[in-house]
Design a protein around this ligand. Structure first.
Ligand SMILES: Cc1ncc(COP(=O)(O)O)c(C=O)c1O
Ligand SMILES: Nc1ccccc1C(=O)C[C@H](N)C(=O)O
Length: 423
């Protein structure tokens, strides 16, 4: 491979998405590689927040129905803007809640245990919040999570085998919830095949798309996935605590949500103030209460950028960035005991790379001191996410060379090998 910096510059010059970087606030001298934990602010997202504040200033209560983006319809509008990113129909998507509250809503709606089927299938590598939510949903239905939550085991501690998941789809499984992309190793699960296998066995299946939305294309409707949910503060760059999203396949429209509220209502009936709910005929039925407008607004700006860039192009560049990163790690860091545990192939490699090293916590501190923002995951993981919309090949090149210097000079030894509060 070509390890010269000039090669990185050539790749940057050829990059069709390079102009998007100019729209982001990138701190001077910083190389931000943590976009899969929190994406950075774009001018368009900022503008959308300003517009929302101004609409409040100008319209007060009338902002619900007036202005450029009337608040009463904003969740649906953002849902339809999100749909192309996941291969869904417009009315199958709604922007609402947080990842975890949406998961609670969907499990409360789709987990319907009966005499024969009572178990929920998940995996042992998922983000803790999902597992906590599943356990509490089981308890609410009177089941012991120790018996009724089955967590598929990883053979190597980092990735899952489709065959192992399919094998675990036993007769007593009612519901499956899995990540689309694993938060540590970045492995993409075969959502299409898993959905097919689940449905053959009469099992409902849903996916957590936190680490896949905005990083890879999906075809949820075509695959027939029953439901999905995600956050918008990672690859979608909508800001800390931005409003999340959910997808419900249209074959499930017309049902009552497990957790109802007046925003679950059909729009026409909502202000009739009846005590009998008429649920919306689409994914809107899975909303609960008043949308968090100021935290939803930035998505208007970010999703517009995704529309212009196109998720296929985003994926293409992301694959090139992670490929380049892995090649440089291979050629430059071979003396320093790093292990890349992310899948290397293009089918199962997501938008970030996961490196293991026993000194990972303090290597991350040393990187940060040199202006590179990685993400530490306990006990020994370094996540690096070169993001298509705002990172460059030159930044990838610099990261690996700075990391090499840190290792060569053992500069990480200046720090304690312990995580900070968050990373
Ligand atoms: C896979 C996954 N699920 C859930 C969450 C958390 O959900 P919430 O947005 O509700 O905090 C995260 C990250 O925070 C995540 O990576
Ligand atoms: N929501 C957060 C709030 C604070 C700090 C980090 C997060 C994350 O999102 C972590 C992320 N889910 C991860 O995959 O590590």
């Amino acid at each position: 491979m070509n390890t010269e910096k000039t090669y990185a510059n050539q790749l940057d010059q050829k990059d069709n998405l390079k102009d998007f970087r100019k729209e982001f606030y990138i701190s001077n001298g910083t190389i931000y590689l943590d976009g899969n934990s929190l994406g950075i602010l774009s001018m368009r997202a900022e503008q959308a927040v300003d517009d929302a504040v101004n609409a409040w200033k100008k319209y007060a209560i009338d902002g619900w129905t007036e202005g450029k983006h009337p608040w009463f319809y904003l969740s649906e509008k953002l849902g339809s803007m999100t749909a192309p990113l996941i291969g869904a129909k417009k009315d199958e998507v709604i922007v609402t809640g947080s990842t975890t509250t949406n998961m609670h809503q969907l499990v409360a709606s789709f987990y319907k245990p009966n005499n024969k089927k009572t178990k929920i299938l998940a995996d042992e590598l998922n983000f803790p919040s999902d597992i906590y939510a599943l356990k509490s949903q089981l308890k609410l239905k009177g089941y012991d999570p120790d018996e009724h939550l089955i967590q598929i085991k990883s053979r190597n501690g980092n990735t899952l085998e489709t065959e192992d998941i399919v094998k675990a789809m036993a007769d007593d499984v009612a519901l499956i919830v899995l990540p689309g992309v694993l938060y540590r190793s970045g492995q993409i699960l075969d959502m299409e095949r898993l959905t097919k296998e689940a449905h053959k066995r009469n099992i409902t299946i849903g996916f957590d798309l936190c680490h896949s939305i905005g990083a890879i294309p999906h075809q949820l409707s075509e695959w027939g996935v029953d439901f999905a949910f995600w956050c918008t503060y990672k690859h979608l760059n909508a800001g800390p605590g931005s409003v999340a999203g959910l997808y419900v396949n249209q074959k499930h429209f017309g049902n009552e949500p497990g957790l109802a509220g007046w925003f679950s209502s059909s729009k026409e009936k909502q202000f009739d103030m009846e005590h009998t709910l008429t649920p919306a005929e689409d994914a809107g039925a899975y909303q609960i209460g008043t949308p968090h407008l100021l935290s939803a607004a930035p998505l208007l700006g970010s999703l517009e950028m995704f529309k212009e860039a196109g998720i296929k192009q985003v994926r293409q560049k992301s694959l090139e960035l992670t490929h380049y990163l892995m090649e440089l790690i291979d050629s430059e860091l071979s003396d320093y005991n790093f292990t890349v545990v992310s899948p290397t192939d293009e089918v199962t490699r997501g938008g970030h790379i996961f490196l293991e090293h026993k000194e990972a916590a303090r290597i991350c501190k040393a990187l940060k001191a040199d202006g590179i923002v990685p993400d530490f995951r306990t006990p020994n993981g370094i996540r690096l996410a070169p993001v298509a919309l705002y990172n460059t090949f030159e930044e990838v090149w610099k990261t690996v060379h700075i990391l090499k210097q840190i290792m060569k000079e053992e500069r990480y030894k200046r720090y304690e090998n312990k995580r900070g509060v968050i990373a």
